[in-house]
Design a protein around this ligand. Sequence first.
Ligand SMILES: [Fe+2]
Ligand SMILES: [Fe+2]
Length: 315
Amino acid sequence: MTGLPPEGYAPAESPLTEWYERAGVRADPRRILDDLDQGRVLFPDRLVPYLAHPLVAGLTPALRRQVVARHAYQYFAFTAHFEMRVVNRATELIASGRTDVSCLGSLRLDAYKIYCDEAYHALYSFDVIQQLEAGTGIPALPYAFEPVLSDLDVIAAKCMPCAGTLPYLLQVVVFETLVTSLLAELPNDPDLVALVRDTVRDHARDEGRHHAYFTRFFRELWAGLDLQARDQVATALPQLIVRSLRPDYHGVAEVLRAAGLAEPQVRDVLHDTYPSDRVRQTGREQAAHSVRLFRSAGVLDLPRAHDAFAQEGLI
Ligand SMILES: [Fe+2]
Ligand SMILES: [Fe+2]
């Protein structure tokens, strides 16, 4: 997901032309944890919504610190898994020319660059977790990415049963063009340890370029689809958007259990923190930029698309 939302780029120019000089993997230093003893936090309390629930607010300060640390670990673990298993699954197809749609040479070369970027984002996300674990003495919990991956693949299989590589391309387009608040907010939070702040800032810079790339990629992809494929894509997109933005209920539950909450308490916290109308509302806000992008590409001109986006609460 991106923090910077440039509106695509002119057909002749690539957002990755200066990649060799500007990409994080080429230019950024390794970020090191060195200010944990200065009262800085690993993640802002306001971005851990269940922390304010009475059942969590009443925990000891040590347990609350553990909850916040594990929330931060999950953020970086999700990033590492998503980059390698979803983004680079599709990016590799584009780079190696193995998609069912033909891509311009410049799109393929840029996909190689993005493949390197995402592998590096995964590497430093894991590095951050390990440094934070060592610095705090709070071990990470096992992270289960399978629910995310299988949900994304099930949506694709249901909406596009015979679509070949197209579902993988859509998954990456959706994720890389979503503009979530986290990549924009975390780099500017002075209370965060610099390791987290700087890592997220490094990531957001790369993702700004990826956003422009995938915006253009989608326009070309859409232009090359026949009517039946467009219909399927239009049905899958809103479901993929909503799944990509859904809170990580499974991960939150694990963090709460590890903090000593019993199963009924875990259920209460999840139920009270994430009522379905609020999740839908937040999803709509976070997806607004993506919906504009798909609208401007012509997706919402299809009657079925309009219904599908409305059904998911996105318009
Ligand atoms: Fe990334
Ligand atoms: Fe990316």
